[in-house]
Design a protein around this ligand. Structure first.
Ligand code: PMP
Ligand code: GLU
Length: 402
């Protein structure tokens, strides 16, 4: 056995690897080994990056745009992001209020490192995206789960939120449309968050990475539209991973108050230096070019969403809130907990995930990964054939439980 004379830092021992990426890796490994696994796990569009965006990357290579770039990202890209935000949302940011990072996840990491002190509490509406608590913990702060309830369409209840506030609360992470639920916070909920934030001087992190994938409404409520003053206290996260099917290019961007962005740039200068020069040029083609790609994907996702919801709720006991955005469904499977297969009891979402992988070759992410054990996440960013076959296998597998 390998000796373990040196130890891993305690803050790293406290966190787990990303469960979404772990399930995806397992599903891919099983497929590579010949198993007919259907992958509903990782959240990434099943479309190719658009051609004009790839062309932007190719040109960058051909022109040997292959050296270090400025730490916060190339100016052209930050200007294009500022222009897009001003035109599309009416929010005005200067290039020095924008940082381009190695994916949206890294933008969140930089934010947390720049914002939080040891002992700070950060409110996280739950179910949450898997990386929020570890990112907060790695900054030395404490994630505090604020439960959202299925029978309120997972909207944020101001009274519930208030009950988790302490004098150590430093901020809140909002994600709308949300991963894993696809829910969109109501204007009323955001107004309550805005009031509390203004009153107590909180920072609001608004993760808007899914804001181009919205079903049946042109605009969605946003914290910045609640009160102009909130811009001083809000950091916006967005990026091209989901809206341009660019998950592998690793480009995200953060917008917010200049002094916080300057702090994030300090961190970036001492960690990654800058995101890939080639990927930045591709992202420039995405942000400055035609914007109809996400709309096309959304149109393709809609019938899959409707099909998967209907198939899921056709199983007795399963309930599922209809997602208003993103490409996940988050059905409640708890009616099946306590049932058994060959005397082996399934007591929680992890055991359900194992059962579905072993017996039905379905890769899904257990709700426990999102802080909500009653649920299972399915990504419907996969083909209708896979969804149809997957739902058949699910029905058979559930029918075998007694
Ligand atoms: N926020 C949410 C809610 C996400 O689902 C993702 C997906 N990975 C991200 C941020 C980060 O995206 P990426 O790092 O791939 O740009
Ligand atoms: N956001 C995606 C998901 O939730 C990608 C994986 C990850 O970054 O965790 O599946």
């Amino acid at each position: 056995m390998e000796s373990q004379i040196i130890s891993v830092a305690e803050r790293v021992q406290e966190i787990k690897p990303s469960p979404t990426l772990a399930v995806n890796a397992k599903a891919k490994a099983l497929r590579a080994a010949g198993a007919d696994v259907l992958n509903f796990s990782v959240g990434e569009p099943d479309f190719d990056t658009p051609e004009h965006v790839c062309q932007g990357g190719r040109e960058a290579i051909d022109q040997r745009f292959t050296r270090y770039t400025p730490v916060p990202g190339i100016l052209e890209l930050r200007e294009a992001i500022a222009k897009r935000f001003a035109e599309d949302k009416g929010w005005h940011y200067e290039p020095d209020q924008i940082q381009v990072s190695c994916g949206g996840k890294h933008g969140l990491y930089n934010m947390a490192q720049a914002l939080f002190n040891h002992g700070d509490e950060v409110l996280i509406p739950t179910p949450y995206w898997v990386s929020y608590p570890p990112i907060v913990q790695l900054a030395g702060a404490t994630p505090v789960s604020v439960p959202l309830s299925e029978n309120k369409d997972f909207d944020l209840d101001p009274h519930v939120l208030e009950s988790y506030v302490t004098d150590r609360t430093r901020g809140i992470i909002l994600n709308s449309p949300s991963n894993p639920i696809g829910s969109i916070f109501s204007r009323t909920a955001l107004e309550a968050v805005g009031r509390m934030a203004l009153d107590k001087g909180w920072v609001i992190i608004s993760d808007d990475i899914y804001d181009t994938i919205v079903y049946g409404q042109d605009t969605i409520p946003h914290i910045l539209d609640v009160d102009d003053k909130l811009k001083e206290q809000t950091l916006i996260l967005n990026g091209v991973s989901k809206s341009f099917a660019m998950t592998g290019w690793r480009i995200g961007y953060s917008l917010g108050p200049k002094h916080i962005l300057a702090a994030m740039n300090k961190i970036q200068s001492q960690s990654t230096s800058n995101p890939s020069s080639v990927a930045q040029k591709a992202a420039l083609a995405a942000v400055a070019g035609p914007q109809d790609f996400a709309e096309m994907m959304t149109e393709a996702f809609l019938p899959r969403r409707d099909f998967i919801i209907n198939a899921l709720i056709s199983n007795e006991g399963i309930t599922c809130v209809v997602p208003k955005g993103a490409f996940y469904v988050f059905p409640n499977f708890s009616a099946y907990y306590g049932r058994s297969f060959n005397d082996k009891k399934i007591g929680n979402s992890l055991e359900m995930a194992d059962y579905l992988l072993d017996k039905a070759l379905l890769a899904i992410v257990p709700g426990a990964a999102f802080g909500a054990d009653d649920f299972i996440r399915f990504s419907f960013a996969t083909s209708m054939e896979v969804i149809t076959e997957g739902m058949k296998r699910l029905k058979d597998a559930l029918a075998k439980l007694t």
